[in-house]
Design a protein around this ligand. Structure first.
Ligand SMILES: [Zn+2]
Length: 148
């Protein structure tokens, strides 16, 4: 679970298939303890003593560029640097494979023609597909991994 503000990091973890919750708003004992099995990820050294007192697993990241933070997390959790596209980028829910006919009304006509591998988020109903953005994301990830 990541503190708010680490949005970009959470989004990238989700692209890699990692179950990455983002905590909204201020960090509180109640909110953190609602997810006892999750490691809490923060950049706040100040928070550390509280997290220790609450008895939660946590990790303090340096206040660095998200790319450096992502490298650290990949190493720490032994995450494979491979795009999975199996989780909603926005809400972290696991995606369901759908036929494009099922989502026809909700995608642009060009995507209907050329898109492949459609998935749907059952929670926020966002539709995903394999398209021209995939090579771009792969390229960004490659650069990140290269700099690790
Ligand atoms: Zn979603």
């Amino acid at each position: 679970m990541l503190e708010s503000g680490l949005d970009k990091l959470a989004h990238w973890l989700r692209l890699l298939g990692v179950d990455a919750l983002l905590l909204e708003g201020e960090v509180s004992k109640k909110k953190v303890l609602e997810h006892p099995d999750r490691v809490f990820i923060t950049t706040s050294r100040k928070l550390e003593k509280h997290l220790r007192a609450w008895g939660v697993d946590y990790l303090v990241l340096p206040k660095e560029d998200w790319k450096i933070q992502l490298c650290l997390l990949l190493k720490y959790f032994n995450i494979k640097g491979e795009l999975k596209f199996n989780r909603c980028y926005y809400c972290n829910t696991e995606l369901l494979a759908v036929e494009k006919e099922q989502v026809k009304e909700r995608i642009p006509p060009m995507v209907y023609i050329y898109g492949e591998d459609f998935t749907l988020c059952p929670k926020c109903e966002k539709v995903y597909w394999k398209g021209s953005h995939h090579p771009r994301l792969k390229e960004i990830l490659k650069k990140v991994l290269h700099s690790c």
